[in-house]
Design a binder for this molecule. Structure first.
Ligand code: GAR
Length: 218
């Protein structure tokens, strides 16, 4: 029987790209439902670009500073994604806000990983926010992207304890381990069609909800 076509994924980064690397590694498995066909960055100096290129993945650097407006940058990126035949966009440490028009044109086809248990601690400095709030649990979230920042329907979350003596750095490191586990799992579910967006609700099929131990872990 012919294998089903894999979902064609672009990963967008701004820096280090460790989440990108975890997605690339997962997608190397022959039975993974997505293939990484493009890595693009809004910063040409993003270290993740070289890592992807070394693995033979096409890369693009679109320096946002070279565009006159947010819309102009988003239009150029949109063209790159369309030209590459992208089905699904994964934001992985992409630290730039999109215009609403761009987000709407990728509605239900763009996901992000955020380093907090949303809806808590949106935006930046999430670990500092968590420490200031005194929460005992913190974590990461994979969600669909909507125009409002960090507000999209939640696909998967992983939680970690906040330990006495933690600072932002120790907390970030503990959460990053979970990000690298969670994002490949979440992408697999979306790419396989086991998770989809129905209006503003995430729909699960194929018994995914019954296996939520894999999606919410301490
Ligand atoms: C990750 O912790 C990711 O969750 C976060 O940036 C880091 C990127 O690291 N993303 C955001 O804060 C998005 N708002 P990486 O480049 O090594 O994947």
């Amino acid at each position: 029987m012919a294998a089903l076509a894999k979902t064609r994924v672009a990963i967008l980064i701004s820096g280090r790209g460790s989440n990108m690397a975890s997605l690339i590694a997962a997608a190397e498995a022959s039975d993974y439902p997505a293939e990484i066909v493009l890595v693009a960055a809004n910063r040409p100096e993003a270290p993740g670009l070289a890592f992807a290129a070394e693995r033979g993945i096409p890369t693009r650097a679109l320096d946002h500073r070279a565009y006159l407006s947010r819309e102009a940058f988003d239009a150029a990126l949109h063209t790159e994604l369309k030209d590459a035949g992208i089905d699904l966009v994964c934001l992985a440490g992409f630290m730039r806000i999109f215009s609403a028009g761009f987000v709407e044109s990728w509605a239900g086809r763009m996901i992000n990983i955020h380093p907090s248990l949303l809806p808590l601690f949106k935006g930046v400095h999430t670990h500092e926010q968590a420490l200031a709030a005194g929460v005992r649990l913190h974590g990461c979230t994979v969600h669909y992207v909507v125009p409002e920042l960090d507000a999209g329907p939640i696909i998967a979350q992983a939680a970690v304890p906040v330990r006495p003596g933690d600072d932002a750095e120790t907390l970030a490191a503990r959460i990053l381990v979970q990000e690298h586990r969670l994002y490949p799992q979440a992408l697999a579910l979306v790419a396989a069609g086991q998770v989809s967006l129905d209006g503003d609700r995430v729909m699960f099929s194929g018994g995914v909800q019954g296996t939520d131990g894999a999606l919410l872990s301490l």
